[in-house]
Design a protein around this ligand. Structure first.
Ligand code: PLP
Length: 348
C-alpha cells in the first residue's frame, strides 16, 4: 500500500455557517415558497459532499443537478425524491437509472416525455421554455397528450435576465403563469437567485437559488443578505529576494522597481486561479496585510509581494481576496466562473 499523501499546500476554506445562513435568508426572501438549491457542477465547485449535507440540515428539500452522474453522488446525501436532474433523460438507460436511484428527471421535450412514459413513468418535473430558448418544452408542446400523461411534481421555467431590470422578466412571468393553467402540477417554480429579488409573483411554490447560496451577489437587492462562503488559501513554498531591475515569472512582465522580498505560493491557473489575476490579484496574510500578485500567474505557482508582511516565511499560509462581486469586477470572470473553476487539487 502506498502511504497516504500529506495534505496539499492549497485549501479551500468553506464557511458552512455562511452557506446555511445564505440558504435561510433566501428561503425567507422566497416568502411562502420554499427555497431549493442548485447543486450542479459539484455545488458550483465547492464540493457537493460538503454543501448538500449543510443545505439539507438547514432545511433544503429540493436539489437540482445537471447530469445523471451528479445525481449518483448527491442522491445518497439527500432524502428520497428530493434530487432532480435538469438535463433530463436522453436514453432508456437514463430513465432506468432515475427510477433505480429514486431521482426526478426534468422533462424538457416531447422526446423526453416519451422516453419517460415508455420506461414506466412516475413523478417527474417538467421544464417549460418561456423565452430563454435553452432547454424546455414550448407552450405549444404543453397541449400534447404526452404531457398530460406526465405525473408532474414541479412545473419549472427559467429566467434569462433575472439580474437585470429587463422587460423579458414580465414576459416570462406571464408565459409561466399561462403554462401553469395548461398542465396539472403539484408545485410551480421560476426563480433562480436573482429571480427571488423580483418579488412574490415570481416565487410560486419553490425557488431554485444557486450562486447566491455560495456567496454570489447577482443583484444589489440581495447584497445585504448574502455572506461570503469560499476563500482559497495557499502556502508559501519559497521566499526570494529580488534586486532592483529583476524580472519575476514568465516573460518578466513584472520588474522589481527596488530591492524587495517576494513569495512563491502553491496556486496557479491549473487550480482555477487564472492568468487574468496576473498583476491584479491580492493575497492576505493572517493579520490582513495586502500582498499583491506580481507578474504572470503560472500553472502551479503565483508570485506575491511580501513587502507588507516581512514576518512571512516558507510554510505560512495566505488567503486570496475572493469576495465574488469584487473578484468578478477585478478579474473579468463571472461570479459563476470564479466558483466553478476551482480545481481538484484544493483540500476542501
Ligand atoms: C443553475 C440553475 C439555477 C440556479 O441559478 P443561479 O443563477 O445560480 O441562482 C436555477 N435553475 C436552473 C434551471 C438552473 O440551471
Amino acid at each position: 500500500m502506498p502511504p497516504e499523501p500529506p495534505p496539499p499546500a492549497l485549501r479551500l476554506i468553506i464557511d458552512r455557517e455562511a452557506l446555511a445562513a445564505n440558504w435561510r435568508a433566501l428561503n425567507a426572501l422566497s416568502g411562502r415558497a420554499s427555497a431549493g438549491a442548485a447543486v450542479k457542477a459539484d455545488a458550483y465547485g465547492l464540493g457537493a459532499a460538503i454543501a448538500v449535507p449543510v443545505l439539507r440540515d438547514a432545511g433544503c428539500r429540493d436539489f437540482f443537478v445537471a447530469h445523471w452522474g451528479e445525481a449518483a453522488s448527491v442522491a445518497p446525501l439527500a432524502a428520497p425524491g428530493t434530487v432532480a436532474v435538469l438535463h433530463g433523460p436522453l436514453s432508456p438507460a437514463d430513465c432506468a437509472f432515475a427510477r433505480a436511484l429514486g431521482v426526478r428527471p426534468v422533462i424538457n421535450s416531447l422526446h423526453q416525455a416519451r422516453l419517460w412514459r415508455d420506461a414506466g413513468g412516475g413523478p417527474c418535473h417538467a421544464m417549460v421554455d418561456t423565452g430563454i430558448n435553452r432547454l424546455g418544452l414550448s407552450l405549444a408542446d404543453l397541449a400534447d397528450p404526452l404531457v398530460a400523461g406526465l405525473e408532474i411534481d414541479a412545473l419549472l421555467s427559467h429566467l434569462a435576465s433575472a439580474e437585470e431590470d429587463s422587460p423579458l422578466n414580465a414576459v416570462q412571468l406571464a408565459r409561466w403563469q399561462e403554462a401553469r393553467r395548461m398542465v396539472p402540477h403539484a408545485r410551480a417554480s421560476l426563480a433562480n437567485s436573482a429571480g427571488i429579488a423580483l418579488g412574490a409573483d415570481y416565487h410560486g411554490d419553490l425557488t431554485r437559488p444557486g450562486i447566491a447560496l455560495y456567496g454570489g451577489v447577482p443583484c444589489g437587492a440581495l447584497a445585504p443578505h448574502i455572506r461570503q462562503v469560499v476563500r482559497p488559501e495557499a502556502a508559501i513554498i519559497q521566499v526570494r529576494q529580488l534586486a532592483a531591475g529583476d524580472g519575476a515569472g514568465y516573460n518578466a512582465t513584472f520588474i522589481a522597481p527596488a530591492a524587495m522580498r517576494v513569495g512563491l505560493i502553491s496556486i496557479g491557473y491549473a487550480d482555477g486561479y487564472l492568468r487574468c489575476w496576473s498583476g491584479k490579484g491580492t493575497m492576505r496574510s493572517a493579520d490582513g496585510a495586502a500582498l499583491p500578485v506580481l507578474g504572470r500567474v503560472s500553472m502551479d505557482m503565483t508570485i506575491i509581494d511580501l513587502t507588507a508582511a516581512p514576518h512571512l516565511r516558507e510554510g505560512d499560509w495566505v488567503s486570496a481576496d475572493y469576495a465574488l462581486p469584487e473578484a468578478s469586477a477585478i478579474s473579468g470572470l463571472s461570479q459563476y466562473e470564479l466558483l466553478t473553476l476551482l480545481g481538484r487539487r484544493f483540500q476542501r
